[in-house]
Design a protein around this ligand. Structure first.
Ligand code: TXA
Ligand code: MG
Length: 349
């Protein structure tokens, strides 16, 4: 398949390109597009064959459901059977934006979207290109992150191209995304709000509206995992990755120092992912060092994480040590993704 590549200026959208991309979507094709979180892989969310084509293009397991993307609140009642007050309050506060809500679904939503669940995940993205594409397509767009299954989510069109060129009909390149981590997924289909995936909207922000929000895993329960996607190993770089955490940059640097020395004595080629502050304390030279941003600016750290993971995969490193960050605000989402990339491996003093 030939992948059509369009470049679009998000501040001056070429509607002709949007119309062409929407035409492909209406025909049941798959088109990658930018959102404020990560690039998405979109298809007509009400057409089961089109949605199946997304799973094929990504190599995604069929039991991992997709998010439906809408551009107007008016489209919500077609796909959500119930809209609790809490959901309305959150939508008013955080939509359009990086919040996905899981609600009971209507009959209109194909099984292939929800992997057979009786709920559906819904999000209204704020990116102007995403909004324009959804509006021109005239249907909710089913869209996972536009990476091959198991790779970090794409934060630039180049990442999508690397993974999916020749496997999808089109790619709209509108430059790097703003946030760099996927949306927060909140389950509002039960008695209590459940945070299934931390993301661009923090738990603290949600709790300011809702009161208490539970986190999947915090409360023991015997049921099947609530977010089917959580059981897969995500974002795994080729080299084994370890999260290295301590209170201060000086402590983290000291710990990294001894880890790097030891690994290098063992013949390893070490990759480091560190903050500016920690970098300043380091005196050893690793094979590859990537500065992810400032500890004082976790949004910057979030923005750079996936690109750095992809970048290190292009190098010959054999082990990666990544600095840990405080799990508050967007830091919770950063640490969630880092732990996934690490398969849970954590080193502390
Ligand atoms: O920021 C984002 O959310 C991006 C952009 C493209 O919108 N999309 C994204 O999609 O990250 P994806 O498919 O990579 O992640 C969707 C997550 C998965 O963990 C999935 O299991 C969960 O949402 N999910 C989807 N439908 C669900 C449902 N009905 N119940 C529980 N979890 C659901
Ligand atoms: Mg994904």
């Amino acid at each position: 398949m030939q992948t059509q590549l369009w470049k679009v200026d998000p501040n001056n959208i070429d509607q002709e390109i949007i119309a062409q991309a929407a035409e492909l979507i209406k025909r049941g094709e798959v088109v990658a597009f930018p959102t404020e979180t990560v690039y998405g892989l979109g298809a007509d969310g009400l057409n089961p064959d089109a949605v199946r084509a997304i799973f094929t293009a990504k190599g995604r397991p069929a039991d991992n459901p997709l998010i439906l993307h809408i551009c107007r609140i008016a489209d919500l009642s077609r796909i959500a059977a119930e809209i609790p007050d809490q959901a309305r309050q959150l939508m008013e506060r955080f939509w359009p934006g990086p919040l996905t809500v899981v609600l009971p679904r209507t009959e209109l939503v194909p099984d292939v979207v929800t992997a057979g669940l009786d709920t559906v995940a819904i999000r209204m993205p704020s990116h102007p290109v995403a909004q324009a594409l959804i509006a021109a397509s005239g249907v909710p767009l089913a869209a996972p992150s536009a990476n091959l299954s198991g790779k970090p989510s794409p934060t630039r069109a180049e990442h999508v191209w690397e993974d999916l060129q020749g496997r999808i009909a089109g790619l709209i390149d509108a430059g790097p995304v703003e946030i760099g981590l996927e949306s927060t997924v909140l389950d509002l289909s039960g008695e209590v709000p459940y945070l299934l995936r931390p993301g661009g909207i923090s738990r603290e922000q949600l709790e300011a509206v809702l009161g208490e929000v539970r986190i999947a895993g915090e409360v023991e329960d015997q049921e099947t995992p609530k977010a089917p996607g959580m059981k897969y190993r995500h974002y795994a770089p080729r080299a084994p990755l370890y999260v290295v955490s301590a209170e201060t940059s000086a402590e983290i640097a000291a710990l990294l120092q001894s880890l790097v020395n030891e690994a290098q004595r063992g013949g390893e080629r070490v990759g480091l992912i560190v903050s500016e502050e920690t970098r300043a304390f380091l005196t050893v030279e690793a094979a590859e060092t990537r500065v992810i941003g400032s500890r004082e600016n976790l949004a910057e750290v979030a923005h750079n994480l996936f690109g750095i993971l992809r970048d290190l995969d292009q190098t010959a490193v054999t082990v990666i040590y990544a600095e840990g960050f405080p799990p508050t605000g967007v830091g919770a989402a950063v640490m969630n993704r880092l732990y996934k990339a690490a398969g849970g491996r954590l080193i502390t003093p």
